[in-house]
Write a protein that binds this ligand. Structure first.
Ligand code: ITT
Length: 188
């Protein structure tokens, strides 16, 4: 079994990564360390910088670093890379307030994953899931903005749909599946 290390402080991300990568026979071990997040509208740039920064500080390989966010069309992509901060400050209710009386509810989640390989090369993959912002929070599963995000093709939020559906169609699932194929090529 191939083992990868995942630099994250988010327990839910870890659990999702375990389920998704487990399907490829890849075991995921969390690792503690500093994830330096530059201010950039590009999640790819954020994870690339974080990977370069940590290169000489954490030596375990392959090492995964993920950055993700919710991009709301009517708010020109806000909160995007600032999703964690916005969640901790104005929260779901604050975001819903910003969208009060706004008809365009289109949004997407995006994830970028950097994989720091044995030779210190950085492989990056991304994934998106499109959908819309609900009018009120619903559901108790998942984390973050899951209670207000309704993925395309469904009429329930990620927090109502739960892991099984989310891990098939989510931004994280798409980004991690692409990395899983690369890891399988490199480490088997
Ligand atoms: P690490 O940086 O330690 O990995 P984090 O939670 O700080 O954990 P990010 O900086 O990537 O992760 O912040 C992304 C935020 O976007 C996250 O805290 C949620 O609020 C939101 N988010 C990302 N993916 C999500 C998902 O699948 N479901 C719900 N909200 C999500």
């Amino acid at each position: 079994m191939v083992k990868v290390y995942f630099l994250t402080s988010n327990y839910h991300k870890l659990m999702e990564a375990r389920k998704i990568l487990g399907g490829y026979g890849i075991e995921v071990e969390p690792i503690k360390g500093e994830k330096v997040e530059i201010q950039s509208p590009s999640l790819i740039e954020v994870v690339k910088f974080a990977a370069e920064y940590i290169k000489d500080k954490i030596l375990q390989r392959p090492l995964l670093i993920e950055d993700s966010g919710l991009f709301i069309e009517a708010l020109r992509g806000f909160p995007g890379p600032f999703s964690h901060y916005v969640y901790d400050t104005i929260g779901l209710e604050g975001v819903l307030k910003l969208l009060k009386d706004v008809e365009n509810r289109k949004a997407h989640f995006e994830a970028a994953v950097a994989c720091l390989c044995t030779d210190d090369r950085v492989e990056v993959s991304t994934g998106r899931v499109y959908g819309k912002i609900a009018h009120m929070p619903k559901g108790t599963k998942g984390f973050g903005f899951d209670p207000i995000f309704v993925p395309e093709g469904y009429d329930r939020t990620f927090a109502e749909l739960g892991d099984e559906v989310k891990n098939k169609i989510s931004h994280r699932a798409k980004a991690l599946r692409a990395i899983a194929l690369r890891i399988t090529e490199l480490y088997r």
